[in-house]
Design a binder for this molecule. Structure first.
Ligand code: DON
Length: 303
């Protein structure tokens, strides 16, 4: 597969979509990012990386980190995680509160904010320092020791974090959060504020294309756990647009309100695309279009 030529063709094809949509406005530090950026990278399972546009420029990973915290909890012995978070699409916006009360404080899946808060709470209990654990893991898998948090983004989220605080406190009232809520929120906001490029993310997600095998050849997840994460990405990774994403792209994918999306072709490669203009459901407009083009041009999808 000539990934480089495919990526160049995609960049050309989606050019009219770049700049469409709006950056996340509820986190002021993200609202300031120029929406005309576009980058895309592909990493094959052997670690060769290809890219176009702004593929080496760091951006705010945001909810994409939810994939990695989930993997770390499953890998660190969080076997009972699924008693505390479901794996059904929510059909609601990523920061919605509405289902939590009538479903007794158990979030629908690990990729909506409520579910991610439960996962980060478990990682905090298992490791004592969830956000540092995550950053260390991402540095190792991407091979980039310079990955870092952006304190401006973390502080901006914290200053505008009433919605996430409400979710966490509400779940704590059901006993589904065990650490103090302010500690959990700190780790969650720092987690979302990790900056990575498309190249970093495509490399870091390779264990999902390698059936659970890490960059150094060791096993992170069982084959079955890697399958489970990919499956939940397909059904829940783009929130209330997951059906549309599966229909258009046909790959497990995880988006973030920084405008990034990671997608996985199991056994073949990982992809990451970034463009900050978001649609109404919080997914990158040009990013979804680019992944749509990728599967159309290459025929590489899980279907
Ligand atoms: O907690 C939040 O709202 C953000 N830090 C992350 C949300 C997000 O990325 C949803 N993605 N599309």
């Amino acid at each position: 597969m000539d990934y480089q030529s495919v990526l160049e063709r995609i960049a050309n094809d989606v050019a009219p979509q770049i700049g469409r949509g709006r950056p996340a406005e509820y986190i002021p530090a993200l609202a300031a990012v120029d929406r005309r950026h576009f980058g895309m990278a592909a990493a094959d399972i052997d670690g060769r990386v290809y890219g176009v546009g702004d593929w080496q420029r760091p951006f705010s990973t945001q909810s994409i980190t939810k994939v990695f915290t989930l993997a770390l909890v499953l890998a660190t012995g969080g076997d009972d995680l699924w008693a505390h978070v479901g794996r059904e699409p929510s059909g609601n916006p990523f920061n919605s509160l509405v289902q939590l009360e009538y479903e007794n404080g158990i979030p629908r899946n690990p990729f909506i904010n409520a579910g991610a808060l439960v996962v980060t709470d478990r990682l905090q209990t298992l490791t004592g320092d969830a956000s540092s654990e995550l950053l260390g893991f991402l540095r190792q898998e991407s091979g980039n020791p310079d990955l870092a948090f952006d304190p401006k983004v973390a502080e901006s989220e914290s200053a505008h974090g009433d919605r996430n605080a409400a979710l966490a406190h509400f779940m704590a009232s059901y006993g589904n959060i065990t650490n103090p809520v302010p500690t959990l929120l700190d780790h969650y906001f720092w987690q979302c504020a990790i900056e990575m490029s498309c190249a970093d993310l495509a490399l870091a997600a390779r264990f999902l294309a390698r059936h659970g095998i890490r960059a150094d050849g060791s096993r992170l997840l069982t084959r079955s756990e890697a399958k489970q994460i990919n499956a939940v990405m397909l059904t829940c990774g783009t929130y209330d647009a997951a059906g549309e994403f599966a229909h258009r792209v046909g790959l497990p994918g995880k988006s973030g309100v920084g405008g990034g999306i990671v997608a996985v072709v199991p056994g073949r490669c990982t992809l990451c695309v970034w463009s900050p203009g978001l649609d109404a459901r919080g997914n990158s407009v040009a990013g979804v279009a680019a992944l749509d083009r990728f599967t159309t041009l290459t025929g590489l999808s899980v279907f």
